[in-house]
Design a protein around this ligand. Sequence first.
Ligand code: PAF
Length: 300
Amino acid sequence: MMIVRDVQQLRAALASRRSAPGTGKEKKVGFVPTMGYLHEGHASLMRAAREQSDIVVLSIFVNPIQFGPNEDFESYPRDEERDAAIAEREGVDILFIPTVEVMYPQPTRTKIRVSGLTDRLCGVSRPGHFDGVTTVVAKLFNMVQPDYAFFGMKDAQQVAVLQQMVTDLNMNVEIVPCPIVREHDGLALSSRNVYLNEEEREQALVLSRSLREAREGVSQGEIATVGELRSFLETGIASSPLARIDYVEILTFPSLEPLAAEERFEDINGDIIAALAVFFGKTRLIDNMRLEKAEVLSHV
Ligand code: PAF
């Protein structure tokens, strides 16, 4: 595995690996953008990239412009040595670790904004966050020129927003959404889980438990409308005294259109998503479940 820290080195490393001499074929590049402090969720993205591509590039960059002024940019966990060891173990070919100066050498005047999809869910609680994400991901795509880019569905809104950006801007890359990875007890993996104390971590299990029970309720026809699903989730989460709900929303996916409370699942075309953001102490966790049309109708 080669570690590169600036854009020139990255481009040179890619150029020398990309062309497969004698075959006339370009090798496929799979890209996994991350903010580091890698966990099994990231490892699953690297494995998906390894399976689907000839060259795997992983980036680690804690992107300042996607954090709000009172958020955790400074304290975001970082451990480059451990991350490099994980990347190497997972078969990454090129590890790109730029500094803030490399990514933003002069005050940047260009931002990528996807409208509509970003004015709901996390876009409300974290104003400007998605502009920071789309801007850095567009820059990284220009640097790496990947064929495929792998993102976890825990950040389902991020996946929808990036898919829209790629379509709108005719970017020549396929966004590959990958399933949420959970701890053995159900907690969705996140680099921010390290912020939770023992009691908060225990109570945070209410998120995956409520989503799991809700999925059962929907597939058995006991939860039939959007409003019933939302109150089921809200009641479940509120049973944990430490939980403070930021949002519980049911929307279409990937268009993220809000759904009226009285809408019945069997009348909704396409997939839907139940998305949660909940504070435990100072830590804000997100989780979600996607319900496919066939699953919603399985009891009928
Ligand atoms: O999901 C993340 O870790 C970040 O939002 C991303 C996509 C690496 C952009 O900084």
